[in-house]
Write a protein that binds this ligand. Structure first.
Ligand SMILES: CSCC[C@H](NC=O)C(=O)N[C@@H](CO)C(=O)O
Length: 726
């Protein structure tokens, strides 16, 4: 009986996952105009899981739109699969396009090409290797990646791996003395020197350099900060943009010394904004010292440069400031600073929580920009007027969900919208300037949303109460999102408690494949944005470091107990799952509330912060979240290790009785797989049922198409098994 139930649930999960995995996500969008200004083209790039091919398939779509009196979709192109495109950027005039293509030969070695296309054909194709001046061109990695047309459309600006000298063995036969010794003789005995890279998911990115490509001459100039640019610092460079008139470049430079810390999910690495004058090749620092900056953007008139900035070290994600640099004087002004919520909860603007501005983000007034920013458990579009320093939510009455700004031009905004029951779809909006100098917007759906039936969701607000209100920050509110199946059955659905990772991140009302899948399999899911999450004010974020393992655990448990008290769920059918810091919280929850959860699943869990310190790519996280101030010269002492252990789930493993399934990415550099092994052994030593899945070739997110699919079905199978048993 039980076996049949498990088999049926597993087979059902496979069918549900296959159906939902077809939902594509939008990765880029662009508004362009033909000669006939009443005709607008929207080009969008999408990504979709292909389970049969076990890869993410990329494709483009176009919408042809008339905007005579109102926006009307005249036609839609069929999706076109994009093979091997790393970048695809249109020139300012729209007459040219550059495509960086990456082609793998049968021997799997990768070749890259710089392709220049006009509106009829491919004009130029350059084999990057033939340039023999740098390594691989970087992709759109969210930190270094750059591909920018100069205004003149004669040059391209991109970032590539610095060229490495050839190496050879000490025992290599020396060339005859009279032979042509190459200008760069191979370095002997250097073949095995360790090359530090930028951590998790940046394993082939060690030393990015700026490159200026002359299209006509088909030659590249590398702007190597240590040589060309009178700077002693050996920098990694990225996020470069042209200065007005193409006379220079503004870029973000990260120091490579004393050692590199993992970059992904950590936009607080020490760096600075620099300006290179291409004629004199002088390099000057624009931004303040000892800060972390990102996403530089010039106003269309070139008079102002804005960028995002936050403190270095500290919480791995936090409230960002918007800084304006007056280009003529280079004077800096803070336009939007830190925001503290206090007891107001998330009603008022909680601050900027975003990794970047859209590539084009300005209204034609040259002073208002538009961006997406996390606001509680949602993502809204905000407008920021850099003259009046005012922030406004663009659409006050917008549906609750995730609004992502893709492109802003000629007072039109292209955005995608999604929510837990609706995969992302495109909307095109026309901005209307109001008397108070803010904007309203009129949206048009470019597609009919493909809403998934049987799923509803709501946002709950929680205040720490009772025993759990004993900490110093109990005045701060926090949210959760409850996603529930809308079945007619009067059987109470089982509840999955799902704390997000980070801990300084947020789980928002987005379309999430696993959450929709669990819901369609009959589970309700409680997604908890405990205090310390982004999108709820800087005081919320600052409340958590030093209190992980208690405050965050109490918030998740408090939200679960509150929701169960409402009577819609059976308190005997509650399970828990989480990844990374969410796995850390899962371990704490089953250790501190051993009889509350019927089953648990952890993805790459942080189990013992002390034992992780020496092997994670972000050791700073271990100090900061244990409440120890970090700098790169710190060395952990006994007391530091003690504090880290005290805050770790391993401390409570002896009390665990809940069956646990651990899922590990075999090449995870963020939370090394040995963390999961440590917990697995401790559970087995305590006769607790434990199952471990190891996904080869997968890193921290475990998001390769086959692994992600397998993990989902195994999760449903694990929960079904342990909810069916007495
Ligand atoms: C030493 S790893 C700490 C946990 C990790 N924090 C930052 O990377 C984490 O929880 N990551 C989240 C994403 O922020 C995840 O879900 O993987």
């Amino acid at each position: 009986m039980e076996t049949d139930k498990i088999e049926e649930a597993t087979s059902n999960a496979v069918d549900i996952y296959k159906g939902l995995a077809c939902s594509p996500s939008v990765t880029r969008g662009e508004i362009s105009f033909g000669d006939n200004t009443s005709l607008t083209t929207v080009t969008s790039i999408w990504s979709q899981r292909d389970i049969e091919r076990s890869e993410n398939v990329k494709f483009s779509r176009s919408h042809y739109i008339s905007q005579e009196n109102h926006i009307e979709v005249l036609a839609r192109s069929a999706p076109t699969e994009l093979k091997s495109e790393v970048w695809n950027v249109q020139s300012p005039s729209g007459k040219l396009r550059v495509i960086i293509r990456s082609v793998k030969s049968d021997k799997q070695d990768e070749k890259q090409y710089i392709e220049i296309w006009n509106t009829q054909n491919k004009e130029k194709n350059i084999d990057v290797k033939s340039l023999d001046i740098h390594g691989k061109i970087y992709d759109q990695d969210g930190h270094f990646g750059t591909l920018q047309w100069s205004k003149s459309e004669k040059f391209l600006l991109y970032v590539a791996e610095k060229k490495q000298p050839k190496t050879e063995s000490f025992f290599e036969k020396k060339p005859e003395s009279n032979s042509d010794s190459s200008k760069d003789p191979p370095l002997r005995g250097e073949e095995h020197v360790f090359r530090e890279m930028w951590g998790e998911q940046f394993v082939d990115k060690c030393h990015p350099v700026l490159c200026v490509f002359d299209i006509e001459a088909a030659t590249t100039r590398v702007l190597d900060t240590t040589k060309v640019l009178n700077t002693e610092m050996d920098m990694s460079a990225g996020q470069a943009i042209w200065t007005p008139g193409d006379s220079g470049v503004v870029f973000v430079g990260w120091t490579n010394e004393p050692f590199k810390l993992g970059l992904i999910y950590c936009p607080q690495r020490r760096n600075a904004l620099y300006h290179i004058d291409l004629e004199s090749t002088t390099c000057t620092q624009l931004s303040e010292k000892d800060k972390s900056v990102r996403s530089p953007r010039f106003t269309p008139d070139g008079k102002k440069l804005v960028y995002l900035q936050n403190a270095t070290y500290g919480p791995h994600m936090t409230c960002a400031n918007l800084i304006e640099c007056d280009w003529a004087s280079k004077n800096l002004t803070t336009i939007v600073g830190d925001c503290f919520q206090g007891e107001d909860g998330i009603s008022k603007f909680p601050g900027i929580y975003s990794l970047e501005f859209p590539t084009r983000c300005w209204a034609t007034d040259n002073k208002t920009l538009f961006m997406s920013s996390t606001w509680g458990s949602k993502v809204d579009i905000i407008s920021i007027n850099i003259e009046t320093k005012t922030v406004a939510k663009l659409n006050e009455d917008a549906e609750v969900g995730v609004w992502t700004v893709l492109d802003v031009t000629r007072d039109m905004i292209l955005a995608s919208y999604a929510n837990p029951s609706t995969p992302p779809y495109l909307r095109l909006g026309v901005l209307n300037l109001k008397e108070d100098a803010t904007y309203s917007i009129t949206w048009t759906q470019l597609d009919t949303p493909s809403r998934i039936s049987g799923i509803k969701y709501k946002i709950n607000t929680h205040t720490p109460t009772g025993e759990k209100a004993k900490d110093h920050f109990s005045n701060l509110k926090y949210e959760s999102i409850l996603v529930t199946p809308t079945s007619e059955s009067n059987v109470k659905p089982p509840l999955v408690v799902y704390p997000h990772g980070g801990p300084h991140s947020a789980i928002v009302c987005d379309f999430m494949l696993y959450i929709a899948g669990l819901c369609k399999c009959g589970y309700a899911v409680l997604l908890v944005n405990y205090r310390g999450s982004t999108g709820a004010g800087k005081d919320s974020i600052d409340s958590l470091p030093g209190n992980v393992g208690t405050q965050d655990v109490n918030d998740v448990q408090g939200a679960a107990e509150e929701i169960i008290k409402d009577g819609n769920f059976d308190k005997n059918r509650v399970v828990v799952m989480g990844g990374s810091h969410g796995g850390f919280l899962t371990g704490h929850l089953i250790g501190q509330h051993p009889k509350f959860y019927r089953a648990a699943v952890m993805r790459n869990p942080a189990i013992n912060v002390a034992s992780m310190l020496g092997s994670t790519d972000i050791p700073d996280w271990c100090f900061v979240e244990a409440g120890i101030e970090y700098n790169q010269s710190i060395l952990a002492g006994v007391e530091d290790y003690k504090k880290m252990w005290e805050r770790s789930p391993i401390k409570y493993v002896k009390d665990v009785t809940t069956p646990v399934m651990i899922m590990l990415g075999a090449i995870d550099l963020r939370v090394p797989p040995k963390q999961g092994h440590e917990y697995y052994r401790a559970l087995k030593a305590n006769n607790v049922e434990a199952r471990m899945l190891v996904y080869e070739g997968n890193c921290h997110p475990i998001n390769k198409v086959d692994a992600e699919a397998d993990a989902f079905v195994n999760i449903v199978k694990w929960f079904t098994k342990h909810l069916s048993s007495p």
